[in-house]
Design a protein around this ligand. Structure first.
Ligand code: TRP
Ligand code: SF4
Length: 444
C-alpha cells in the first residue's frame, strides 16, 4: 500500500510502505544524502546503499563523530516471536555505530509489547532472553559501553515517562497516533515510555546531555517526532533565528529569567561572541556576530549547561530511517507468515527452501529473460544480497548488471543466495551457543 496524503504513519499497523520518497517528503524527514555518511569511518553497507533513506538531525551525529565528542545510540526491540532478517537490520547498524565510538543503549520494549501485542511481561522476557539478545551477541554486539534493559524494570525510564507527559496533551496524542475513546490507557501511555527510553540516556546518571541517534524503521517516526517535541519543550533556552533574521537566545521559562539571561551572556562570551544585545523584557539575548551556522554549536553548549541551571537540557534526538525488507513472498516480512521470513534460527535447508520459492524479478520464460534481462529492483532475492549477503559493493554491482543483461538466471541466482544465507545462518548458530552464557554482561 502506498501511503497517501493526510495519512498517518501508524507504528502499530502491519503496513509496508512502498513509496519512501513520498513518505519522506510528506512527513518532513530529510534525505540521508551521501554527504552525511561518506566521511564516517568505513560507512556501513546499509548506509551506503540507500537502505537508510532518511533522517532527522543526523548532522549532530556526524559532527560528534568528526570532533570525537561523546554521543549515544538508543534503540528498542519489540520482544515478540522470533527474530528475522527484518529485525536484524537495526542491530547491524547499532554494531557499526558501536565500532565508531557510540555508547549503546537497547530497550527491550516489554511494556509496549504488553500494551499492544497482548503478551505477558513474562513471555516478552522469554523472547528477549532466548531469541533477541543471544542473536545480538552472536551478530557481534560487544558488552563494552552497551546497556540492554527492560522497560518495565527501569525506574528512571518509567519516571521520565510520567514527568515528560506533563508537556504533552491529549490533542497531540490523538493527532499523532489516532487514539480514541476506546484506546486502553497502557497503550496510550506506551509512547511516553518510548520517549523515556530515548531521552533517559541524556540524564547525568547515564552519560549526560549529548547527541543521541535512534536508528529505526520509518514506522517509528511518530515516536521520533514526539520525543523531539518533548525534548524541546523541556529546554530552558531556545536558540533560533528570528523572523527578522537575527540570531537570538530566548529564555523559555518564567522563573529566574534575569539569572538565566546572565548565564546566557556569560556562555556566549565564553564561546567568543562579542556583540550581544540583551533585551530583558523579551527574555532574549541577540547575537549580532553569529550566523545561522553557529546555532547547532551554541544550542549544544546551552543544552549541556542546563542541568546545572535546574533543567534537563535534552538535545533533540536524531534519527535515521531504514526501508523495510520485502518478505520472500512479496508481502511484508512478518513472523506471523513464516514462509515470508527468514528467521535467524532457521536451518540452512529451510531458509534455502524459502529462497527457492521466492518471488523474483525474473521473466516468465528463460528465453525471454536472456533477451530482456531480469528486474533486480523488483526482486526479493536481490534484496537479500543488497541488505544482508554481499559486503563488497563491486560484487553487488556485478550481480545487478548480469541480471539486467540477461546473463544471470534466477535458478542459479537463488542457489547462490541460499548458499550465502546458509553460511550466515550457520555462523550465527555457532556463535549463539556461547552467547547465552554472556547475556548477564549486557544487562544493566
Ligand atoms: N516501538 C518500537 C517497535 O515497535 C520499540 C521501541 C521501544 C523503540 N522503545 C524504543 C524503538 C526506543 C526505538 C527507540 O519496534
Ligand atoms: Fe532476481 Fe537473481 Fe532473478 Fe535477477 S537473476 S531477477 S537478481 S533472482
Amino acid at each position: 500500500m502506498i501511503i497517501g496524503i493526510n495519512m498517518k504513519i501508524d507504528p502499530w499497523s502491519s503496513t509496508t510502505y512502498q513509496d519512501y520518497t513520498r513518505l519522506r517528503d510528506e512527513f518532513g524527514i530529510e534525505e540521508f544524502s551521501e554527504e552525511l555518511w561518506k566521511d564516517l569511518p568505513n560507512p556501513h553497507k546499509l548506509l551506503r546503499r540507500g537502505v537508510v533513506f532518511g533522517h532527522r538531525g543526523f548532522q549532530l551525529i556526524k559532527n560528534s563523530v568528526e570532533k570525537k565528542k561523546p554521543w549515544a545510540i538508543l534503540t528498542g526491540l519489540m520482544p515478540s516471536g522470533k527474530m528475522h532478517l527484518g529485525h536484524k537490520m537495526v542491530i547491524d547498524e547499532v554494531i557499526y555505530y558501536q565500532s565508531i565510538g557510540a555508547d549503546i543503549f537497547i530497550a527491550v520494549a516489554d511494556i509496549e509489547a504488553f500494551a499492544t501485542r497482548g503478551y505477558t511481561l513474562e513471555e516478552t522476557k522469554h523472547f528477549a532472553l532466548t531469541e533477541y539478545i543471544p542473536n545480538y551477541i552472536a551478530m557481534g554486539l560487544k558488552p563494552e559501553k552497551c546497556h540492554i534493559y527492560f522497560q518495565s524494570k527501569h525506574q528512571e525510564v518509567k519516571d521520565l515517562a510520567y514527568i515528560l507527559g506533563k508537556k504533552i496533551n491529549w490533542s497531540q496524542m490523538t493527532a499523532t497516533y489516532g487514539f480514541n475513546g476506546s484506546s486502553n490507557m497502557t497503550h496510550i501511555f506506551s509512547p511516553l515510555v518510548q520517549a523515556g527510553d530515548i531521552l533517559h540516556v541524556q540524564l547525568e546518571k547515564f552519560g549526560g546531555v549529548r547527541p543521541t541517534l535512534v536508528p529505526v524503521g520509518v514506522d517509528q517516526d511518530p515516536h521520533i517526532r514526539l520525543s523531539r517535541d518533548i525534548a524541546q519543550a523541556h529546554r530552558l533556552y531556545n536558540v533560533t533565528v528570528t523572523k527578522d533574521d537575527k540570531i537570538g537566545v530566548f529564555v523559555k521559562v518564567d522563573e529566574n529569567v534575569e539569572k538565566l539571561l546572565d548565564g546566557a551572556e556569560k556562555t556566549l562570551y565564553s564561546l567568543g561572541f562579542k556583540k550581544l544585545k540583551r533585551i530583558t523584557e523579551y527574555k532574549a539575548v541577540y547575537i549580532k556576530d553569529a550566523t545561522e551556522e553557529d546555532i547547532p554549536l551554541i544550542d549544544e553548549t546551552f543544552a549541556k549547561n542546563e542541568p546545572k541551571q535546574g533543567g534537563y537540557g535534552f538535545i533533540q534526538p536524531s534519527a535515521t530511517f531504514h526501508r523495510f525488507i520485502t518478505g520472500l513472498t512479496g508481502e511484508k516480512m512478518s513472523s506471523s507468515k513464516p514462509e515470508s521470513a527468514i528467521f535467524l534460527s532457521d536451518m540452512p535447508k529451510d531458509a534455502s527452501k524459502k529462497i527457492m520459492n521466492a518471488k523474483t524479478g525474473g521473466a516468465v520464460t528463460l528465453e525471454e529473460q536472456k533477451k530482456n534481462g531480469g528486474k533486480p529492483n523488483e526482486c526479493v532475492v536481490y534484496e537479500l544480497f543488497l541488505y544482508h549477503l554481499i559486503e563488497d559493493d563491486k560484487e553487488l554491482q556485478e550481480i545487478y548488471q548480469s541480471c539486467v543483461n540477461g546473463k544471470r538466471m534466477c535458478g542459479h541466482c537463488k542457489k547462490h543466495a541460499a548458499e550465502l544465507m546458509g553460511k550466515m545462518l550457520m555462523g550465527l548458530q555457532e556463535k549463539r551457543k556461547n552467547a547465552k552464557n554472556k547475556i548477564e554482561q549486557y544487562l544493566s
